[in-house]
Design a binder for this molecule. Structure first.
Ligand code: UDP
Length: 240
């Protein structure tokens, strides 16, 4: 068990946006390095870290659909985007001396391992960070749902939902509504009932059904990943 931490095994959900930096698109290596440094600190404490990366910095299936593509085809392109992000993150972490493995839900053996649950657990036990890429491997799903699924499969203590520029869950969009209030604690059912935009409903139901706590926090504040892992009161915790 890691020292002074609340969560020993976590699934960190990083949206594609988190890797894009100010340009809001593509991959920004300095931004990757910043995230990787924070992850290394947590990893050095002995916390077992899995990462699920999104792909929205490059492509989202729904966007393709709106532009006339077949949805499933557009979603596969999105899944490939998540694999590019995973390889970038792997590069940044390994550059800091953190051992990693990328596992993809769609086989791509020349560049990554296929997703094998028991192998992923073994990597964690050996102190390697495991990066899950390719989402669930099926169209019509999201990487939020992937995070809930992998958290259940890995028997993780929590999902850390890193947001860009938002420090938790609010009653309304704080950028548009000055009366919006931040919640410290919610249940998964609250999220579904109140239609709060934390993750999509498939991901929320999956987290609820499998009793997985979720912490929503601002990735842009340095030191936040560590604070969440230590159980400090930041962001919004969703459980029960
Ligand atoms: N995607 C998918 N199935 C999955 C996960 C992702 O089809 O299980 C596709 C979907 O098109 C999605 C894109 O990959 O829009 C990128 O993932 P996501 O939008 O979740 O990334 P994020 O918003 O976290 O950057």
């Amino acid at each position: 068990m890691a020292n002074g931490v609340k969560y020993n095994r976590v699934v960190l959900k990083l949206s594609g946006e988190a890797l894009a930096g100010d340009q809001g698109f593509g991959i920004n290596p300095p931004e990757l390095k910043t995230v990787a440094k924070e992850l290394k600190e947590v990893h050095d404490l002995g916390v077992q870290v899995c990462i699920v990366v999104g792909g929205g910095n490059m492509w989202r299936g729904v966007t393709g659909e709106k532009l006339g593509m077949e949805r499933a085809q557009a979603d596969y392109i999105g899944m490939l985007a998540t694999i590019m992000n995973a390889l970038s993150l792997q590069d940044a972490l390994e550059g800091l001396g953190v051992q990693t493995r990328v596992q993809t839900s769609i086989e791509m053996r020349q560049i990554a391992e296929p997703y094998i649950r028991r192998k992923a657990i073994r990597h964690l036990e050996k102190g390697r960070v495991v990066i899950f890429a390719g989402g669930t491997g099926s169209p019509y799903f999201s990487t939020d749902t992937t995070a809930a699924l992998r958290a259940a499969e890995m028997n993780a203590d929590a999902i850390l939902m890193a947001k860009n520029g938002v420090d938790g869950v609010y009653s309304a969009d704080p950028n548009k509504d000055s009366s919006a209030v931040k919640f410290d604690h919610l249940t998964h059912m609250d999220i579904l009932d109140k239609h709060l935009h934390v993750m999509d409903s498939t991901a929320s139901s999956m987290s609820m059904d499998n009793d997985i706590p979720l912490v929503v926090f601002n990735l842009n504040t340095p030191g936040n990943i560590m604070k969440v892992v230590r159980g400090e009161k930041i962001g919004t915790t969703i459980e029960g």
